[in-house]
Write a protein that binds this ligand. Structure first.
Ligand SMILES: CC(C)(COP(=O)(O)OP(=O)(O)OC[C@H]1O[C@@H](n2cnc3c(N)ncnc32)[C@H](O)[C@@H]1OP(=O)(O)O)[C@@H](O)C(=O)NCCC(=O)NCCS
Length: 145
């Protein structure tokens, strides 16, 4: 059986994280769909010290990214080149929820693009509740821990 884990993101991960984050499949469902430069990426990494930043791995191989802090929306994505619908997204989020609880997070907040069907299904199946609908149709979800 394969081993799936979360580990802390390091500066050495930033090249592939930037490539994934700038891929259109990820960019178009993110809070901002703007292209992120390498400088911006390093600045974000070094300044967001209160943000939990994790790499999701299969046998040490990076498969995804999950980011959250106690007061902001979480964000996550899988490597855009790997096959979807194999339960990896659900597993990555479930591991993070356990971790966040251990860190005394009281709730997790998500803002999901109205067209992101997979993310809506995933949040609802993990027990997130709809807390608001933005004027552009995006949905805010929350889950108490
Ligand atoms: C969202 C994402 C992490 C899902 O990863 P995944 O490995 O394909 O998802 P899973 O296989 O774990 O599926 C989890 C659930 O969502 C459902 N689902 C996943 N993608 C779906 C889609 N496109 N349409 C409908 N349902 C979908 C699955 O059927 C499953 O539901 P179930 O457990 O009730 O059967 C992945 O597609 C991704 O990285 N997307 C781009 C980034 C993104 O959208 N991030 C979230 C921003 S809020």
């Amino acid at each position: 059986m394969k081993s799936y884990k979360l580990r802390e993101m390091t500066e050495g991960d930033l090249e592939f994280v930037l490539q994934w984050r700038n891929h259109p499949a990820i960019r178009n469902v993110s809070g901002s769909n703007l292209h992120i430069s390498r400088d911006e990426q390093y600045l974000w990494f070094n300044c967001s010290t209160d943000t939990l930043k994790f790499i999701f791995t299969e046998e040490e191989k990076p498969l995804g990214v999950i980011i959250s802090d106690a007061n902001d929306y979480w964000g996550f994505y899988l490597d855009p080149s790997i096959d979807r619908h194999r339960g990896l997204g659900r597993l990555m989020l479930s591991l993070f929820l356990v971790h966040a609880k251990e860190r005394n997070f009281k709730e997790i907040k998500a803002k999901v693009n109205k067209t992101n069907e997979g993310s809506h299904v995933l949040h609802k199946s993990l027990g997130f509740q709809v807390r608001g609908i933005y004027s552009n149709g995006d949905i805010e979800y929350r889950k108490g821990l």
